[in-house]
Write a protein that binds this ligand. Structure first.
Ligand SMILES: [Mg+2]
Length: 426
């Protein structure tokens, strides 16, 4: 059996944790640059604020219902997520962290346990250790566990836990679930299935397998098998390294000066380099892009992008910044109002892969001690920034001025910055 544990309205729950006055009130969290809703409390959903909808378009509704609005505070959410996952990891030998607010546990070997009871114990423990409410679904495959967790979330009378064990329980649950909500189906395949009279998850489970394989390919066939209780997906204990890493942002106010664009691109390159080191990887290709608004009049529209092949794979911030600067020089055109820019690293391989660390014939500095020095410098950089906050130590060209993203309603970093810790006075 597998369990899927999903934090309820995770970002909103994190905001509520340190601000109990938000309980029972509609609360939303906005995406980068305060653009659209990425997390909504139940009260906010009831008002009709849709996932991904633009906050600007809904401003009257927000005002009318006195909705509490927050900018995304990822240092807070990331830290609380790690606490939730650490707590859950104690409940089973194997855990797959599927996203910031979801994980699977492998419950094979737990046959002697009352699994619903065990799940309720997990919920209580997570609530006690972290204050975050979760929903738990249990089933004989990952797809069924996912379906069960959806049930647990939608039906408050279940107390946050749904267990699908008997065939009757499974068919009952699947008959009440629209097919597009099945994990791995989605809106596009959902529309196709509806056109063929397959409306519920149960219809899909019973559809002729050859037809599913022909029309929904191997992925769809696997989903169908899983719905029928045959497990095809095991836990992914180690995630494959990312194929590419991208940091990009839309600017709150357009950027025109090359110097400001350079600062922004340097910042993106630094962030990418950090992500790369955290994964234990190196990249051999670097892409920079800078673009105006796609809605600008035609003669004021520009999309510049170019990729540089690096002399050897690296994760050194200094080298990547140098490369990013070079590419920006080539794509920058004066006279445009830039609305968006970004850096993408690809050609990614592990630090331990031998071909990735081979020096090129034309490498100017083939001394191994120099490579060691770069690694030490980067280690010191990451250690200081993780202890004192991102951006404490940075390369001079990576300056925060002039293009900072809009975060007007940012809550404090309650759990990761000393000066933001709540003081209790008696
Ligand atoms: Mg969730």
């Amino acid at each position: 059996m597998f369990a899927l544990i999903d934090c309820n309205n995770f970002y909103v729950s994190c905001e509520r944790l340190f601000n109990p006055g938000l309980r029972g009130r509609p609360v939303v969290v906005l995406s980068n640059n305060d653009g659209c809703f990425i997390s909504r409390s139940e009260e906010a959903k009831a008002i009709g604020l849709g996932m991904g909808e633009s906050a600007f378009k809904c401003r009257e509704l927000l005002q009318q219902h006195q909705v509490a609005v927050y900018s995304a505070n990822f240092s807070l959410y990331g830290d609380l997520s790690a606490r939730v996952m650490r707590t859950l990891a104690d409940f089973a030998p194997d855990i797959e962290i599927y996203s910031i607010d979801e994980c699977f546990l492998d419950l094979s070997g737990f046959d002697r346990f009352d699994l619903a009871d065990y799940a309720r114990q997990m919920r209580r423990t997570v609530e006690k250790h972290t204050g975050i409410p979760v929903s738990i679904g249990i089933g004989s495959t990952k797809t069924l566990a996912k379906a069960a967790s959806r049930m647990a979330k939608k039906n408050s009378e279940l107390g946050g836990v749904a267990l699908l064990r008997s065939d009757a329980e499974v068919s009952d649950a699947l008959s009440g679930m629209d097919v597009e909500h099945v994990w791995g189906i989605g809106a596009r395949y959902g529309a196709l299935l509806h056109r063929h009279g397959i409306h519920t998850a149960l219809d899909f489970a019973g559809a002729p397998a050859p037809w599913v394989r022909r029309n929904l390919h191997i992925t769809g066939a696997r989903v169908q098998e899983e719905l029928n209780g045959r497990s095809c997906l095991s836990l992914e204990l180690v995630r494959p390294p990312k194929q590419s890493i991208c940091t990009s942002r839309s600017f709150g106010t357009p950027v025109t000066l090359k110097e400001n664009l350079q600062h922004a691109v340097a910042h993106f390159a630094s962030k990418c380099a950090f992500k790369l080191r955290r994964e234990g990887s190196r990249a051999s290709l670097l892409t920079v892009f800078a673009a105006t608004s796609p809605f600008a009049p035609k003669e004021k529209r520009y999309w510049g992008t170019e990729t540089l092949s690096l002399p050897s794979a690296t994760n050194d911030t200094l080298l990547l910044l140098e490369a990013a600067k070079l590419v920006l020089e080539r794509i920058y055109r004066p006279g445009y109002e830039y609305k968006k820019a970004g850096v993408i690293l690809s050609g990614i391989g592990s630090v331990t892969e031998p071909q990735q660390t081979t020096l090129s014939l034309f490498d100017t500095d083939p001394h191994p001690e120099k490579q060691g020095r770069s690694a030490n410098l980067m280690e010191a950089l990451d250690a200081l920034n993780s202890r004192y906050g991102a951006g404490t130590l940075r390369v001079a060209s990576d300056s925060p001025s002039g293009w900072k993203q809009r975060q007007e309603e940012l809550s404090p970093a309650y759990t990761t910055r000393w000066c933001d810790i709540i003081e209790v006075t008696t």
